[in-house]
Design a protein around this ligand. Structure first.
Ligand code: AMP
Ligand code: ZN
Ligand code: FE
Ligand code: FE
Length: 294
């Protein structure tokens, strides 16, 4: 047994990965192959508002040396008493992919995305940028279109130099081509994940853009009251200080800890699977504790 635990001590995991089912550029098969070549111990596909990539990976079959968690990342509204400008996302792990309420809820969110894209394109057209949804669909095939795909086409057409510039000048919240999309409340997302037998986790707390630690902790307490089970402590944007702070919050409130790189392939060129900007190292025992909680 000692040998096994020493082995596990050195194994790394990545529980936040996007595939071509949402706005990543690697297919589920390519992700499984890359994870194996990187010797990762466990991964999860957490596509935006869809489990199609997770389903595809399971259908392909996963090598016994790689642990695989079903996953999803849902964009949500804050509870009524909180207001902040950042990205509020709830991750769901170990969900039953055949759960009907989960599938129905995700189908509604997919529709909302479809409704939003033409409105973004129209705003860009009015600003003088000539691009169409058809052009993007041709590039991405069957995948779910999101803002990164629009940004990519803007780069390709020379309207902007980079995906970041497309977001900063046009597509990000508050910019002229931003269109809000229908979201579910965080309480609903948490309920749906729990109902599907899954573990709801607060994604990348740093990206919520809550400056005040007391407010962040109050939010986490409220979320725990409605069923939140964990916090994504390890994330490329989380400094050592933030990791320590989120670990402390998780321990104080009896919450699980997770971590992932938010790998998107070439949509986020600076982020590598398993290591983020190069120095992220997410221990295998987080995966073991997650599994043990089921
Ligand atoms: P959407 O699904 O259309 O809301 O787009 C969300 C995706 O856009 C996520 O993958 C984010 O990583 C990416 N994203 C959001 N804001 C920015 C930004 N300012 N710069 C680059 N990518 C961003
Ligand atoms: Zn994404
Ligand atoms: Fe996210
Ligand atoms: Fe993500």
């Amino acid at each position: 047994m000692k040998e096994l635990s020493d082995y596990n001590k050195n194994v790394r995991i990545d529980l936040h990965i996007h595939s071509t089912a949402s706005d990543g550029t690697l297919s589920p098969l390519e992700i499984l192959n890359l994870a194996q070549s990187l010797n990762l111990g466990a991964i999860s596909l957490t596509d935006h508002d869809t489990i199609d990539g997770t389903k595809e990976a399971l259908a392909i079959g996963i090598s016994p040396s790689l642990k695989f968690l079903t996953g999803v990342e849902i964009s949500v509204h804050p509870p009524p008493s909180f207001s902040f400008s950042g990205s509020f996302h709830v991750l769901g792990y170990a969900i039953n992919i055949d759960n009907s309420i989960l599938n129905q809820t995700l189908a509604i969110l997919q529709e909302a995305r479809k409704d939003r894209n033409p409105r973004i394109i129209e705003l860009l057209n009015r600003m003088g940028f000539e691009l169409t949804l058809n052009e993007i669909q041709k590039e991405v095939g069957e995948c779910q279109i999101g803002r990164p795909h629009i940004a990519k086409l803007m780069v390709k057409k020379g309207f902007v130099q980079s995906i970041n510039e497309a977001f900063d000048k046009y597509l990000a919240k508050g910019e002229p081509a931003y269109v809000d999309k229908f979201r579910v409340g965080c309480d609903r997302a948490i309920e749906v994940i729990l109902d599907a037998g899954g573990i709801p986790v607060l994604a990348h707390p740093f990206l919520l853009n809550i400056k005040n630690d007391t407010v962040l902790e109050a939010l986490i307490i409220s979320l725990k009251e409605i069923g939140l089970k964990g916090i994504e402590v390890y994330y490329p944007e989380h400094t050592q200080n933030l990791i320590a702070r989120y670990t402390e919050i998780a321990n104080r409130h009896g919450l699980l800890m997770t971590g992932g790189t938010d790998f998107h392939g070439s949509t986020k060129p600076g982020i590598k699977m398993g290591s983020g900007k190069g120095n992220l190292s997410i221990p295998y025992d987080l995966y073991e504790k997650l599994i043990a909680s089921l």
